[in-house]
Design a protein around this ligand. Structure first.
Ligand code: PLP
Length: 387
């Protein structure tokens, strides 16, 4: 009987920390007032909400008025990109990359259908975007550049500061989808040239369905919604109060621990990478060093990543192939394809993403099971035998 669960899918989502749940609970039963109400129960909740906004802003080096709570990364990306596009009269040009999350790519495709021009920048073999290419892509119609801070599949970190500076020098807005970075690496928005940043609480041990958009003071976009005046009309609707309280607490806890957590995860990550590369015909996807502290993405040649996942799952190890959103699709990952990886090798990719609860024993357990699973699958793989 399988007894332990080794959860290595923190890139998909993370468990909510007990302290976070505890901070949220009173807002379901005792403090249930509507923060827009003028009475005492409403005012009390408004105060808690304001405090959560301050905590969130402090953790990001921003001002509270620059934080807009949303339902998560997807909505934050939509509000920033569509909102900036809506403000443009008569079209314009957007620069993004070919390895963005679908929450950016699909929005850009829609905007193309509406008449906007979009440049999807290529990446190198490691999934890195070259700032010089961004510079070359800028034209007189470019109004926004959107480049993710770190890729969710292969973990590659992008030169965001350089690209944001380029955007600023050209008077162009800069948005970054930092869903995979916030809570993992330090972020200081006031010392940066970032105009919009998207984050999502469930990636840093907070609740699902709550996130935020940072929008720099002075930047103006059009709201996508009509309704109330919550979140300064950018995201109207009664606030998800327990979610916002949980986001603030989770972010506060996550950033207080970054240096220690980063070092610990990087060490576990590097041991797992080194161990997996001991297996024959395994390649590392993404950059060897410039990658998220907890991200490991490897391809097992001659077998399917999905089969490896099932084998791991039977041993109580939870990992993923590609991104959680696109797993189940037969198309190779758009990210791995963009790095120039052969389709057959891309199909053999597995992502292990480490987080708060993982320890050395988890890494040892994976390294004990993975070679056996790979060997069993290769024994029945026609491509392995005809290689
Ligand atoms: C890079 C990136 N952007 C956006 C999202 C979507 O975030 P959410 O699930 O909060 O909508 C994810 C989630 O996997 C992500 O990894």
């Amino acid at each position: 009987m399988q007894s332990r669960l080794v959860y290595m899918d923190h890139g998909a989502t993370t468990p909510v920390r007990k302290e976070v749940v505890d901070s949220m609970l009173p807002f379901f039963h005792d403090q249930y007032g509507n923060p827009s109400s003028l009475h005492a129960p409403g005012r009390k909740v408004r105060q808690a909400l304001d405090e959560a906004r301050e905590t969130t802003a402090r953790a990001l080096g921003a001002d509270p008025e620059e934080i807009y709570f949303t339902s998560g990364g997807t909505e934050s990306n939509n509000i920033a990109l569509r909102g900036a596009a809506k403000k443009q009269k008569g079209g314009g040009h957007i620069i993004t990359s070919s390895i963005e999350h679908h929450a950016v790519l699909d929005v850009c495709r829609d905007l193309e259908n509406e008449g906007f021009k979009v440049t999807y920048l290529p990446v190198d073999h490691y999934g890195c975007i070259e700032p010089e290419m961004v510079k070359e892509a800028i034209n007189k119609d470019t109004f926004i550049i959107s480049i993710m801070a770190a890729n969710n599949e292969i973990g590659t970190l992008q030169p965001i500061s350089e690209i944001a500076l380029l955007a600023r020098e050209h008077g162009i807005l800069f948005h970054t989808d930092a869903v995979q970075v916030v809570g993992q690496l330090p972020v200081d928005l006031h010392s940066s040239n970032i105009d919009f940043l998207s984050l999502s609480a469930h990636k840093f041990n907070g609740p699902k369905g709550i996130g935020a958009l940072f929008m720099r003071k002075g930047v103006e976009i059009n709201s996508l919604y009509r309704g109330g005046s919550q979140e300064r009309k950018l995201r109207p609707g009664t606030e998800n109060v327990p979610g916002i309280i949980g986001l603030g607490r989770a972010l506060e806890l996550a950033v207080s621990d970054i240096p220690h957590k980063k070092k610990r995860l990087e060490s576990l990550r590097d041991s797992l990478i080194a161990g997996l590369l001991q297996i024959d015909d395994v390649v590392l996807n993404g950059h060897p060093r410039q990658r998220l502290p907890g991200n490991i993405n490897v391809s097992f040649k001659y077998i399917e990543g999905e089969s490896v996942l099932l084998g791991l799952d039977m041993e109580g190890i939870a990992a993923s192939s590609g991104s959680a959103c696109s797993s189940g699709s037969l198309e190779p990952s758009h990210v791995l394809s963009a790095t120039g990886l052969d389709h057959s090798i891309a199909h053999g990719s597995v992502r292990f993403s480490l987080g708060w609860g993982n320890c050395k024993e988890d890494v040892d357990f994976v390294l004990q099971k993975a070679p056996l699973i790979v060997e069993r699958l290769r024994n029945i793989s026609p491509t392995y035998h005809s290689r």
